[in-house]
Design a protein around this ligand. Structure first.
Ligand code: GUN
Ligand code: ZN
Length: 421
């Protein structure tokens, strides 16, 4: 690591740990030689000595966005409108994911995936891989090279999918253990393994139970889908008749706890919402995906009033964009339509610190404060977006006029826009 300190002079907008936002019109973000934030404060010439100062006065710095739910092997089928969910999985997703048995294809797409995330200003991902161990290793390695942060999960599935995607229990268990050993904590701790049963319909009870045992023994996060579509829920209960409701399937397996992240959570009953809260599980809210597949609308108000941790997910490729500001815009629409309006500040928080909290990464990412890693995005700030209101507009809904100019993770430049802007 270099010992040179870097200062970034720009406007700064960040969520605060205690709630609300901090805005500094002419700020200085100081990054130490190890890639940690040393200070964030108003620019004064006398504090800028002894460092290399990047003059970004026409830009806005925000924390790197956190995509709490995204599927890497769906990168190349983005925009395929073959929904609803179960039909879309069969028609579009499973045939594409089967292609990841090819190492060269997995590598090519992993590079595209990482570039798409970094270009959108996403610095942290909770990514599902395919059900291939080798493709999963390749994703880890490519994320490491690309400099990004996050979780990767081997997608566990053994039924209701093409034969080449089904991984028998013993093989799945071996592969998860091998990945935990070789990749968990790689890239200096930036990358972690998550136990990733695809959803209850892809899994037998035994596989779900094995996933829970692995997560507990290896102390890993769990990510899966819940209550995305009414037909999915119906078929889930037919397959797992011992459970009274969808969440009950995961509870019976021991999969619901403070280290669990559920994507979607659209069609949960009051009791299921209460149990998600009581067990301390988190939600990855994927509003673009939910609109595109016609799955329904997650009720953000239910999570909010119970204090459930919520992050935002692009859910590519059911989501149509890697850009978390797009996801955030769809979250605004969904919140309005469910009678629980959410403001720009709340949604900006979900896309940054909220996601980091849901993923247990808030000690290192999600906000621009001293002591955290320097994961940040440089946004172009047009003259009409001056002041805190303008900054919040471009950090949320007005993404088109405020393209990402640069993306940094742990102080390292991981993406830069080609043309001068
Ligand atoms: N449920 C199970 N698998 C998937 C997937 O790949 N995408 C979405 N949106 N839902 C799922
Ligand atoms: Zn998903």
């Amino acid at each position: 690591m270099s010992s040179v300190r870097h200062g970034y002079r720009a406007a700064v907008l960040t969520p605060r740990d205690a709630g609300g936002l901090t805005y500094i019109e002419d700020g200085l973000l100081v990054v130490d030689g190890a890639g940690k934030i040393e200070r964030v404060e108003a620019f004064r010439p006398e504090v800028a000595g002894g460092m290399f100062v990047h003059d970004l006065q026409r830009a806005l710095l925000v924390p790197g966005f956190v995509d709490a739910h995204v599927h890497y092997p769906q990168t190349r089928v983005i925009g395929s409108a073959s929904g609803p969910l179960l039909e879309w999985l069969q028609a579009t997703v499973f045939p594409e994911e089967a292609r990841f048995s090819s190492e060269s294809y997995a590598r090519e797409v992993a590079v595209d995936f990482c570039r798409a995330c970094a270009a959108a200003g996403t610095t942290t991902v909770a990514a599902y891989s395919s059900s291939h161990e080798r493709a999963t290793e390749i994703l880890f390695d490519t994320l490491e090279e690309a400099g990004l942060r996050g979780y990767v999960g081997l997608t566990l599935m053994e039924r209701a999918c093409p034969r080449e995607l089904a991984v028998p229990l013993a093989e799945a268990e071996r592969a998860v253990r091998a990945l935990a050993k070789s990749r968990h904590g790689s890239a200096g701790g930036r990358l972690r393994l998550a136990v990733t049963p695809r959803f209850a319909l892809s899994c037998t009870r035994e596989l779900l139970e094995a996933a829970a045992r692995l997560a507990s023994e290896l102390e890993l996060l769990v990510q899966t889908h819940v209550a995305e579509h009414p037909r999915e829920a119906e078929e889930t209960l037919a397959l797992h008749p011992y459970a009274a409701d969808y969440l009950g399937v995961y509870e019976a397996a021991g999969l619901v706890g403070p280290r669990t992240i559920f994507a979607h959570a659209i069609h949960l009953s009051e009791s299921e919402w209460d149990r998600v809260a009581a067990r301390g599980a988190a939600i990855a809210h994927c509003p673009d995906s939910n609109a595109f597949l016609g799955s329904g609308r997650m009720r953000l108000g239910e999570a909010r009033r119970r204090g459930i941790a919520v992050g935002l997910g692009s859910d590519v490729a059911a989501g149509r964009s890697f850009d978390m500001r797009r996801a955030l815009s769809h979250a605004y629409d969904a919140a309005l339509a469910t009678g629980a309006p959410a403001g720009a500040a709340e949604l900006f928080e979900l896309a940054t610190l909220g996601g980091a909290r849901a993923l247990h990464l808030a000690d290192v990412a999600g906000a621009l404060t001293a002591g955290r890693d320097a994961d940040f995005v440089v946004l172009h700030r047009p003259a009409h977006a001056a002041g805190e209101d303008g900054a919040l507009r471009i950090a949320t809904f007005a993404a088109d006029v405020a393209p990402v100019l640069r993306t940094y993770v742990r102080g390292r430049l991981v993406w830069q826009r080609d043309a001068a802007f």
